[in-house]
Write a protein that binds this ligand. Structure first.
Ligand code: ECB
Length: 135
């Protein structure tokens, strides 16, 4: 049985989001707004199928994928690039590789207690986010 990521998760911390956004080439004005956000993750998981919504007052981002199945991702409303994206299980961690124009791009999710962790990587930058499960 894989880990259960289902639920609504509220951001509690966001370390080096600025560096991650700079590595993605996000412009100054957008970064200033984006840095202030406290997004929510709404995750629906059925076995290996995931629907992950990242919701904020500024923009939303929607991703649907099946673990182990590469798909074409377009990061609409983020940096608007195209990637060949593959998510795999590493024990209970979700490991994502986003192949494309940017090197070393991807993310890792894991759960500890009522906290959801997310590390977003691009080039030499790592952004570390923590979310807490909503009641
Ligand atoms: C959608 C909320 C953040 C909106 C920020 C708006 C502009 C900044 C532009 C680019 C910054 C790059 C990424 C934003 C960070 C998070 C969005 C989703 C990241 C992601 O790939 O989440 C995965 C793993 O949970 C599922 O899509």
């Amino acid at each position: 049985m894989p880990a259960d990521y289902n639920g609504t998760w509220n951001m509690v911390s966001n370390d080096n989001f600025e560096g991650y956004m700079q590595a993605l080439g996000i412009d100054f004005a957008t970064r200033k707004i984006a840095k202030m956000l406290k997004p929510q993750k709404v995750i629906e998981q059925k076995g290996d199928f995931f629907h992950v919504q990242t919701l904020s007052s500024f923009r939303n981002y929607n991703a649907e994928f099946t673990v182990g199945v590469e798909f074409n991702e377009e990061t609409k409303g983020l940096d608007n690039r195209k990637c060949k994206t593959l998510v795999t299980w590493d024990n209970d961690r979700l490991v994502c590789v986003q192949k494309g124009e940017k090197n070393n791009r991807g993310w890792i999710h894991w759960i500890e207690g009522d906290q959801l962790f997310l590390e977003l990587s691009c080039e030499d930058q790592v952004c570390k986010q923590v979310y807490k499960k909503a009641d």
